[in-house]
Design a protein around this ligand. Structure first.
Ligand SMILES: Nc1ncnc2c1ncn2[C@@H]1O[C@H](COP(=O)(O)OP(=O)(O)OP(=O)(O)O)[C@@H](O)[C@H]1O
Length: 261
């Protein structure tokens, strides 16, 4: 394998701090993710993982930090701006349009990248209709890609939990993101669904896409990720390959609750 170069950096985040009242939720946290990597963010409950995710994706305003996506600075000031910049995310608590079909849910994701706009939609111009047909085709391809193509016409709420998570991933992919941020994708999944999820994430990586994930299932993270950051009480206590991180004494202590807190 060739060494990644700075041109391959997808996300570079440095010096992120965030305080909630008296609580320092993040202290000077930074990560660099290269194209084609699966990057894991782990840590005990309350370590700051979700806060870090929310900062990167524009839900929380950080007290400090600088952000670069594919070589361009971006300000994570609002969720839609972050989506436009090229980060798509899924949520710990699935956020689909429950009464829309699977296909429609993916089409909504794709609209971030369309050009006809509202006026075209109201007037139902030729260009709008062509664009809609292309979006529907692409949405179907993405459903096939994540393995639920046969469920395209089913309402999202009728899908199994695992399939809803796949649908969320398809919707994220629909925006053609630089980075896909997955918030606990394996939460609530059974062992078979976890294996399928792992295969899907592997496939997405093979297609040279880049993934950041928060995950409680340490085994899944260690088996899947190229690099891992471990947070504990808002501090980055380790960063590296799963092998090195797993052996790190601070990490072992944090997970066993003997970190001296
Ligand atoms: N909006 C908020 N207001 C106040 N405190 C918050 C807020 N969001 C998070 N916190 C606090 O910040 C700390 C970090 O929380 P965060 O949810 O980021 O941790 P986490 O690592 O994602 O935990 P978990 O694994 O339990 O989801 C916690 O002490 C939490 O109570």
């Amino acid at each position: 394998m060739t060494e990644p170069t700075s041109n391959d950096v997808v996300l570079k985040v440095t010096g992120v701090s965030k305080r909630f009242g008296g609580l320092q939720a993040l202290s000077d946290v930074g990560i660099t993710i290269y194209r084609g990597q699966v990057y894991g963010l782990i840590g005990p409950n309350g370590a700051g993982k979700t806060t870090f995710f929310n900062v990167i994706t524009g839900l929380y305003t950080p007290d400090s930090g600088s952000f670069e996506l594919a070589g361009k600075p971006y300000e994570p000031t609002a969720v839609h701006e972050v989506a436009k910049a090229g980060i798509a995310r899924t949520f710990q608590n699935i956020r689909l349009f429950a009464d829309m079909t699977a296909l429609e849910n993916v089409m909504v994701g794709r609209h971030v990248r369309t050009r006809s706009g509202l006026l075209g939609a109201v007037l139902r111009t030729k260009r709008f209709k062509e664009e809609e047909a292309a979006i529907a085709r692409r949405a179907q391809e993405l459903l096939d890609y994540v393995g639920i193509g046969q469920l395209a016409s089913f309402k999202a709420r009728t899908l199994s939990y695992g399939d809803q998570r796949r649908l969320e991933i398809a919707r994220a992919l629909a925006t053609d993101p630089q980075l896909i941020a997955l918030d606990e994708p394996a939460a609530g999944m059974n062992a078979t669904e976890k294996l399928q999820l792992r295969a899907l994430i592997d496939r997405i990586r093979k297609d040279n896409r880049t993934i950041l994930l928060i995950e409680h299932d340490v085994k899944l993270v260690m088996g899947l990720c190229d690099r891992v950051t471990v947070l504990d009480y808002g501090k980055q206590i380790a960063e590296g390959t799963p092998d090195t991180v797993q052996k790190d004494e601070k990490v072992i202590a944090a997970y066993l609750g003997t970190g001296g807190h």
